[in-house]
Design a protein around this ligand. Structure first.
Ligand code: COS
Length: 374
């Protein structure tokens, strides 16, 4: 048992923290306000290797691991949860299934440019009528010679509109099948862009398939095996979201700690009041517990051991922690916390989605409870 980060992981944390403070934090509030994605930030992440952090060098990555990836998402989310989820969807939801199930040709053609940051990835599972019950999707894939013809629509797509490559699930005759869809494919288009409570500088859109032609060679994981591809992808994706949640919570605690030492009421800093200092202690405990669950799931994945239950636990704990810690941070700031003069209201709005996407907290409990009895 060893709880210490390796020199490589410490170095990555420091590098990403410096990067986040310099390149991401200064515009986070403004991008949130304007609901604006900034491609320059993505390009700069690519320059320092973050867009391919866990993938081998031959696929354009920097050959690190899932723990380094989680640390990266955590540190980005500490200043900007939108930037955290942009990278998380790009790596976990789009890169991972290609890396795991893709052919050599698919890896060179799609994973490599994504890892190098020349292309952005996204994942399309949810539909207007199928959220938690992902298996009831209606989008169809009809075989015609060397192509599948996709019809239907997917909603709530993180990186929608900015992504070049979409991992999409549709119902073929043989069952749900996963496809790699390029944004240029005929019959593919971007639909409604959502206006959201939080993670507002991460675009979320609908994607539409109107007789969209996808070559058979773009199937991943085998025709009819798409539901397993979707579920296994989410097993890892959930830990990315858990890392995002830890980052959001840590950002809120950092801000609250500074404020509690500066703000004076009744003649002394408010941190001298146990009503405040005990809150801060509780916030720190739940963040640390969440972080350990995230790192454990990442460690299991890196070692090639089962991690689905661990990542569901991490997401459940970290999502609830992000929500409670950010709510308490706003409380510590009092009236100021409710204004846009301080970042904690943004953290609180951003935290909410970590209890919803990549499986609601209720779905995490379902996954965990099923695993307990297996
Ligand atoms: N890894 C591998 N295989 C898995 C799996 C996993 N994590 N989860 C399920 N499967 C397999 C099952 O083993 C089963 O295989 P067989 O048919 O060979 O037995 C198959 O998939 C169907 O599984 P199950 O019966 O459990 O499917 P359900 O329809 O009951 O759905 C839940 C299971 C609810 C867990 C699933 O629909 C889910 O995760 N929903 C939430 C979706 C989600 O997270 N959406 C967010 C989208 S991204 S923002």
């Amino acid at each position: 048992m060893n709880f210490a980060l390796s020199e490589e992981h410490k170095m990555i944390r420091k590098m990403v923290r410096d990067f986040a403070n310099k390149e991401v934090a200064p515009t986070a509030a403004e991008r949130d306000e304007e609901e604006r994605f900034d491609i320059n930030i993505f390009d700069k992440m690519a320059e320092v290797g973050l867009t391919g952090i866990p993938w081998p060098e031959k696929y354009g990555g920097i050959g690190s691991d899932y723990l380094a990836y989680c640390i990266t998402v955590e540190e980005l989310s500490r200043v900007c949860a939108s930037t955290g989820v942009t990278l998380s969807a790009h790596i976990s939801l789009a890169g991972w299934p290609i890396y795991t199930f893709g052919t050599e040709n698919q890896k060179m053609r799609y994973l490599k440019p994504m890892a190098e940051g020349k292309k952005i990835g996204a994942y399309g599972l949810t539909e207007s009528g199928s959220g938690s019950d992902a298996g009831s999707m209606k989008t169809t894939a009809r075989r015609e010679g060397d192509y599948f013809i996709l019809n239907g629509a997917k909603i709530f797509i993180t990186n929608g509109g900015i992504a070049d490559i979409y991992i999409v699930f549709a119902r073929a005759e043989e069952g749900i099948t996963a496809f790699i869809v390029e944004k240029e494919f005929e019959g593919f288009s971007i639909g409604k862009k959502e206006r959201k409570m939080g993670i507002r500088s991460s675009p979320t859109t609908e994607i539409i398939f109107d007789n969209c032609q996808v070559p058979v060679e773009n199937v991943i994981g085998g025709i009819g095996s798409g539901f397993k591809v979707a579920m296994m992808t989410l097993d890892g994706g959930r830990n990315g979201i858990a890392a995002q949640a830890v980052g959001i919570a840590q950002g809120a605690l950092d801000a609250a700690l500074v404020y509690a030492q500066e703000r004076k009421q009744f003649g002394k800093p408010i941190i001298a009041n146990q009503g405040i200092s005990f809150k801060l202690a509780d916030m720190a405990v739940s963040i640390e517990a969440s972080r350990l669950l995230v790192y454990q799931a990442a460690w299991l994945e890196t070692k090639g051991e089962p991690y689905g239950k661990a990542s569901a636990m991490a997401k459940l704990m970290a999502g609830d922690t992000a929500m409670s810690v950010t709510t308490e941070a706003v409380q510590i700031f009092g009236g100021y916390g409710y204004t846009k003069d301080y970042p904690v209201e943004r953290f609180m709005r951003d935290a909410k989605i970590t209890q919803i996407y990549e499986g609601t907290q209720e779905i995490q409990r379902l996954v965990i409870s099923r695993m307990l009895t297996k």
